[in-house]
Ligand binder design. Sequence first.
Ligand SMILES: [Zn+2]
Length: 287
Amino acid sequence: MRFIFYVLALVLPATTWAQGRFDDVEITATKISDGIYMLQGNGGNMGVSIGEDGVFLIDDQYAPLTDKILSAIRKLSNKKVHFVFNTHYHDDHTGGNENLGKMNIDIAAHDKVYERLHAQNAPKEALPIISFNDKMTFHMNGLTIRTRYYPNAHTESDSVIFFEGRNVIHTGDLFEQSGYPYIDIDAGGSFIGMINAVDDVIKSIDDQTIIIPGHGSLSNKAELENYNKVLKKIYNELIPLANKETSVEDVIKLPLLKEYEDTWGKGDIRGETFLKFAYTSILKSRQ
Ligand SMILES: [Zn+2]
């Protein structure tokens, strides 16, 4: 969810930004299952597997938080961090890559994460040393950790991670538990792609699955189903507007999100922003 970062960056002077933003951030660990934790600080939720083979980390927030993240992990395990897996390329999920890469921690992610970071001239150490094109499986700590790529959803670089046998998954930013999702249409994101991806994830889990969302609190299948139901409803309301070639400016003035504002309106993405990207995505798919 990169949008907010830039919006705030524009309104705060650079010095305040650099010093203040991360000073007070604390990294908290929430135990989910034996050896599996969610870490939260500032940026995308992280997932961690610890065990005899070492540490497997999902996402790494922002560079100034690397030391805090590593010390939070140290409290759970004194083993080496073997891998960091990026759910997608946004900087609130990959900002720590360079620091970790310099420590010889192997970064793994989808090919598109590599391409996107490379295109941004990220230093070599911040790039995945392993990338994959569809699915990849890690065998660590007695776990089978499967990753699955979903094209054109939140971005064009999204993966979901399944901790098989433990019934825990990390959805990256396909699932915004705390508010409206951000569809990064400039990075290959697509509204219908996001709905389809979430559909597939729902089919792959059950009522007991614990979900680490990209942002927000630990969640479950019922919440993910509700999220997808709302997305589909909004999508179905936008289609006739697209058929009538209604402009984006006119669509965002409509009270389409009225019933969700009390809940989703409190998240990081404003309703108007979500609607703008969702609708633009539909228009783009027709060009
Ligand atoms: Zn994101």
